[in-house]
Design a protein around this ligand. Sequence first.
Ligand SMILES: [Ca+2]
Length: 575
Amino acid sequence: MVHRSLPFVSLTAALVGLGALAPAMSTERDRHKPPPAPVSCAELASAPTLGNPSLRVSANVALSGSNVAYCQVNLLYSTSPEQNINIRVGLPLNSVDGGTGGVEGAWNGRTQGIGGGGCAGSLNVDAPVNAGYVGSGTDTGHTGGSCEPGVNPDGTYNLQFIQDFIRNAIKQQVILSKLVARAYYGVKPAYNYWNGCSTGGRQGYLLAQELGKELDGVLANAPAIYWTRFQTAQMWGQIVMKDLVGGPIAAAKLSQTTASAVAACDAADGVADGVIDDPRTCKFSATANICGTPTAPAANCLTPQEAEAIDKIWDGPRNAKENKIWFGLERGTNLSGLNGTNPFALGVTQFHWNEQDRNFDWKTVTEDGYPQVAQDGSRNIADVTDTFGDLDTFRHQGGKLLTFVGGNDQLIMPRGVINYYRQMASRYGKHGEPDFERLQRFYRLFRAPGVAHCGGGAGPQPQNLFNTLVNWVENDVAPDQILSQITTNGVTRTRPLCPYPQTAIYNGGGSTNDAANFHCGGNLEERRLVCADVLAKYKHEAKGNLDFKGTGVDRQECRRESHAYGRHDHHDHDD
Ligand SMILES: [Ca+2]
């Protein structure tokens, strides 16, 4: 690694001189100026603060391992002593620094922001830079992967920490990466992209919602949207296991019960491949695994209490009115991710955020007390964290949003993103009815059956997603399907992934291991499935009624559904 450490310098003056700050202020006079020329990485470092007194900048040519040499610009964005947002921009070498093969030097003319994971960002820009992009990353304003500092010891929120993590850092990352690219190459980027999964996926949604003019394409997979709501729900299983069983269920029992569910429901989708295509259709109950019953497995059978707890983990949290508060984990999902010996750390932290108390002990919360904790989170902090805004600006300026979510994501309940997708389908439908075809003109959600969080799991893995997005943005080739592939025990299976609510349907002939023998079709938005997933009203989780609009479905449709199945919804007053 060649790493020349340069002192922080003020970039302002030089970049102003280079004309890098004027892209939005083009005047008649500017048109007669020669176009700005590329500058060397060293010049970039000896230059400016990009016209922004909140910035400190360093730049050097970096080379590490098998990665290509590039101009690395490190920015410290800080508007107060409490704010320290580190941003890295990696620039393929321009023509001045010897780069070749691209539109300017080694650059392909595009930017690609890289997202983070968990409660952390990422400053690793190698992958996009190696592919010819200007890559960018941020630490989201803090080091390490803990969100505990979001609550101060005195019980107040550290909103600087939270806002920097949720939105400020990634917005500056995108804006400044474009500015630095313009300064270095003397040319504005032709296209600007985002690429992230999990927290990186949530970041992609936030940028599409709040910075819709700045990006042309967003790849946002397994997005951790509804941050407060789903992370609170990550604790649901631990609470029911504590209440019903006295503590965590043995991992071997969890995995046996998952295997039993898959065995029961796998073939119902038409192909016995070890994957439940749409787990919402699987009604397998863990009570089938109770020891001593005829259906119990030979090993790792369950006590009645364990079976009840697992059924509740699949069902998700409900309030006293039996209204659903959030979604559960799907049948077929590895239950140990959230329901192991120790709870998932971000879920524990989320309870601290909800209650504004770093010492709040989740073990004091019972099943009956859960809805109040969920409501506290919604009322106290979810408006800041939950990333559920609209996509109006992004859509209007022609942006494209592409998402895959694993059908057996073990950390983020996949129905959450389906819920948002349906809401947007209603928003951009004609009469408030979900219209997925209209939505898919700019936003496509691909379910990946059997796939876990951001990848892994028993299902075929999505292939080539980012280039698919680029092709959609630049060539207007909307993906009607995405290839997925997995090799197990020497056998390779391929399968098309389909834009929700379509799914891959076997044509009836040929190998079920070959994607060519499937087509995208059908409609997974069955009323009985959708209406069962309507949630209690946001901020009224403790005693609230169902909020049909919040799930993007028509109340009357679900009423008819409810009567058809002999169920009722409740009409008491919200509290
Ligand atoms: Ca199957």
